[in-house]
Write a protein that binds this ligand. Structure first.
Ligand SMILES: NC(=O)c1ccc[n+]([C@@H]2O[C@H](COP(=O)([O-])OP(=O)(O)OC[C@H]3O[C@@H](n4cnc5c(N)ncnc54)[C@H](O)[C@@H]3O)[C@@H](O)[C@H]2O)c1
Length: 459
């Protein structure tokens, strides 16, 4: 029988944490949910990871760590699985009634019309209606637009017939996750967390749990929608600023100015925050979060947040710009783009992760497909996998061999020291397009390679 934490005072809650008598369920044990569940289990609280992905659940229970590109959690994983502090299940019906606190780390993607899709949260919310009863606390870590918790998720859990009553049978709170893939451990240890709840006293219980598990600062928000607005604001701020530097990059290419030189010098001023141009903005967060804000504003007035609409258009047009750079390099080389072989290096949406969600590489591939080009793809995080319909190459050597041009899309650390000599020697009239800003144009040109880079006006 779960403990109704809302009936306990602060010192009784601290006792529950110290005695390790609380059981925590984490629904959705993916990129964010699994590291969260691991940290909770590592703080000695019994933890159940609940997920519909049978393969993932089987991997976890057979001690096979699934997040290979997320460092530092593998040791914790081995430890908490072997001492049985964490186990995984697909059986939400059995698991939830055993939990005192349920954390939702479910995906919140968007559909192909860029409309936020909250199906996973609403589906689980509806099943919680039949599974909660004793004042358990449900904490939503997923990223949602302001008002979704109060207007939609709350209703889903209470049920159409209001068979459950919020504040009595269960309590709803949010603690939006802000960690960065590839650096989750670092972020878990240092980033403050936001807490908001429907019933005010629940925030202090959430604070006690997260302080116990993560030991970071908890920022108290007046309600759930404000906490969710903070989370969206930090990411949409980045989407807009990247759009700004992407526009500057297009202008500077025409003006003969190097964008990276400008940003490097501008950041010496204390109130300038550097953002960098690139082939587009991907991943499960930034583009989705901009559309979540646009969805919120559409419900009130479509004229709000014009800057976000424009930022999206600019960032979504960057893959076309990459193709334009390639066309211009082929023109300079007098080689034919049609029937050529082009090698793409990196498909992940950001460096050093195995993740292609909303990756700009997909659109670049689609645009190049329309031009009758043979594509070769190499990504050290996707070796010999099928990505966007292409079997990726086994090695960078295979990828570069017999190619006409190289496009470096993702700034993976493995591409930091590209063998320019090899590119210059294995390709006739070699071409290199850099979307990452990490490659020195002068070095490339000194090898006789035709170079284009996003925002590299002065080359
Ligand atoms: N990945 C990030 O960079 C990041 C960072 C901060 C916040 N977030 C937010 O965290 C949330 C989770 O994102 P993620 O990247 O961990 O997603 P993910 O896709 O890696 O993991 C989600 C997990 O939920 C499971 N799932 C889906 N539907 C389910 C259901 N009905 N019942 C049980 N399990 C179900 C999936 O099988 C998957 O394992 C999202 O709202 C996301 O916006 C993500």
């Amino acid at each position: 029988m779960p403990t109704n934490l809302s009936l306990l005072n602060n010192s009784q809650i601290q006792d529950c944490l110290k005695n390790k008598s609380l059981k925590i369920g984490v629904v959705g044990i993916g990129r964010i949910g699994l590291p969260t569940a691991l940290c909770i289990a590592n703080s000695d609280l019994e933890t159940i990871g609940i997920d519909i992905n049978e393969k993932l659940v089987a991997m976890i229970n057979s001690k096979d760590y699934p997040l290979k590109d997320e460092p530092e959690f593998d040791k914790i994983f081995d430890n908490v699985i072997s001492v049985k502090k964490l186990f995984a299940t697909t059986d939400i019906i059995q698991a939830i009634p055993k939990c005192d606190i349920v954390i939702l780390s479910l995906p919140t993607p968007m559909n192909d019309q860029n409309v936020p899709d909250y199906t996973a949260l609403l589906t689980v919310g509806k099943s919680l209606n039949a599974l909660l009863s004793d004042g358990q606390i449900v904490i939503v870590e997923s990223t949602v637009e302001p008002g979704f918790i109060e207007n939609e998720l709350l209703n889903a859990i209470e049920g159409r017939e209001k068979t459950l009553k919020s504040g009595v049978d269960f309590h709803l709170a949010v603690c939006p996750e802000t960690a960065n893939p590839g650096e989750i451990m670092k972020d878990f240890q240092k980033l403050p967390r936001l807490v908001g709840s429907i019933d005010e006293n629940i925030s202090s219980i959430v604070t006690a749990l997260y302080t116990h598990v993560f030991g970071v600062e908890l920022i108290q928000m007046p309600n759930c929608k404000t906490a969710n607005a903070v989370k969206l604001t930090t990411n949409v701020f980045r989407d807009i600023n990247i759009a700004f530097v992407n526009e500057l990059a297009l202008l500077f290419e025409k003006l003969g100015i190097d964008t990276h030189t400008v940003i490097d010098a501008a950041k010496r001023k204390y109130n300038f925050q550097p953002h960098f141009p690139g082939p587009g903005v991907g991943g499960p967060c930034l583009p989705v979060n901009s559309y979540q804000y646009l969805n919120s504003s559409k419900k009130i007035d479509n004229n709000f947040l014009k800057i976000v609409q424009e930022a999206r258009k600019i960032n979504e047009n960057m893959p076309q710009h990459v193709v334009n750079l390639l066309i211009s390099a082929f023109d300079e080389s007098n080689k034919n783009l049609s029937n050529s072989t082009v090698t793409l290096l990196g498909v992940s949406y950001k460096p050093n992760v195995h993740d292609i969600q909303i990756a700009p590489s997909e659109q670049i591939i689609q645009l190049l497909n329309q031009k009758n080009i043979k594509l070769k793809i190499f990504d050290p995080y996707f070796i010999s996998e099928t990505v966007f319909g292409y079997k990726t190459e086994k090695s960078i050597h295979d990828a570069i061999n017999t190619s006409d041009a190289i496009v470096v899309i993702t700034g993976h650390k493995e591409f930091d020291n590209l063998d320019l000599e090899n590119i210059a020697n294995s390709i006739s009239k070699p071409i290199l397009i850099d979307c990452t800003g990490k490659i020195n144009p002068k070095h490339v040109k000194s090898k006789g390679i035709i170079f284009r880079g996003i925002g590299r006006g002065a080359i």
